[in-house]
Design a protein around this ligand. Structure first.
Ligand code: FE2
Length: 325
């Protein structure tokens, strides 16, 4: 059985193909780059995804040596995400399913990040730290549901980094700030953990204020912003590890690509006798393979939604704890 997955929740249009016998056989993507100093406008993301859709689809088919006629299930990221780009992926998936008379499986984007990370780690029952642009959550799976133990009460961790990077004139996504901060030195920052919940917007305001004042180098501010927000994430996660007594931790989502974060979590896990894993970057960034793989799992467990294609639409505010399987 072959599953084609479309990722379209934010800046990346990704198309992946999962073969139930061979595994992931394609994972192609194209990421929107905003103009210098600008953020991501929803309409521009939708335009980008519509523009590159044919090329990304062609390269996924070429890579997998598949024809569209051979795909058994079409799937797409239904939410959470930004409405305009979600609508492009949803429309394309509906069209393909109708044209080739195949079932359509809507997939939760957060669940897809988690499932691919679990598959690659081999962990059966981990605590999950999910950190991306829009989401920052500590999650467990119990009784056919994912439960959120703690989360950001304002902005996502990736959003914090992107917003600060943009305000000091850096172009690109989080990895640019990671490189910029590498040779920084620590300066004191506010620290805000509320049990297993996190608050990040005060750090952004403080970092931007320091950058305007000019007393510290911007590298030092970027370094300290990352150091502090990662330490906060570690503290909340460690609290969840002690509460749940889980012996495995997996980190996933776009921010999980950050090597400093991975090192800090690994050190914490070593101290606590917990196994730690993070997937390769290709599967932590937004990608279509994770959508296709999650559609395969849903089909395997006979839990894919059996809605009529006409009743499927994007759900920008869909939460992981609303998904039952
Ligand atoms: Fe994501």
């Amino acid at each position: 059985m072959k599953f084609l997955g479309i990722e379209c929740t934010a800046h990346t249009l990704g198309i992946g193909i999962y073969d139930s016998a061979k595994g992931i056989i394609a994972n192609e993507m194209d990421t929107f780059r905003p103009k210098p100093g600008e953020g991501m406008l929803p309409r521009e993301l939708a335009d980008h995804h519509a523009r590159v859709f044919n090329d990304v689809l062609s390269s996924a088919l070429k890579k997998s040596k598949c024809k569209l006629e051979e795909i058994d299930f079409f799937s797409f990221a239904q939410g959470p995400g930004i409405g305009a780009p979600l609508a492009v992926g949803c429309s394309a998936a509906k069209f393909l399913a109708l044209k080739f008379k195949k079932p359509l499986i809507p997939v939760n984007h957060c669940q897809a990040h988690i499932e691919i990370a679990k598959k690659i780690s081999g962990f059966k029952d981990p605590l999950i730290l999910y950190l991306s642009g829009g989401n920052s959550q500590i999650i467990i799976k119990e009784k056919n549901r994912y439960h959120v133990l703690g989360e950001t009460l304002d902005i996502g961790l990736g959003n914090l980094f992107d917003s600060f990077a943009r305000s000091i004139g850096l172009e690109g996504h989080g990895s640019v700030l990671e490189k910029f901060a590498k040779k920084g030195r620590y300066v004191e920052f506010p620290y805000s953990v509320k049990g297993m919940n996190l608050v990040f917007s005060g750090l952004l305001t403080y970092a931007q204020k320091l950058a305007i004042e000019g007393k510290y180098r911007k590298q030092d501010i970027a370094y300290s912003l990352m150091e502090t927000s990662f330490a906060m994430s570690c503290e909340a996660t460690e609290r969840a590890l002690f509460l749940t007594k889980k012996k495995q931790l997996v980190v996933c989502g776009g921010v999980a690509q950050n090597k400093k974060l991975q090192r800090m979590l690994k050190t914490m896990c070593n101290d606590d006798g917990v196994s730690f894993a993070a997937a390769p970057d290709e599967f932590n960034r937004d990608n279509g393979a994770m959508i296709a793989y999650t559609a395969f799992l849903m089909r395997k467990n006979a839990i894919e939604k059996r809605e009529k294609i006409k009743d499927v639409f994007p759900l920008p505010n869909q939460r992981i704890d609303q998904i039952k399987f």
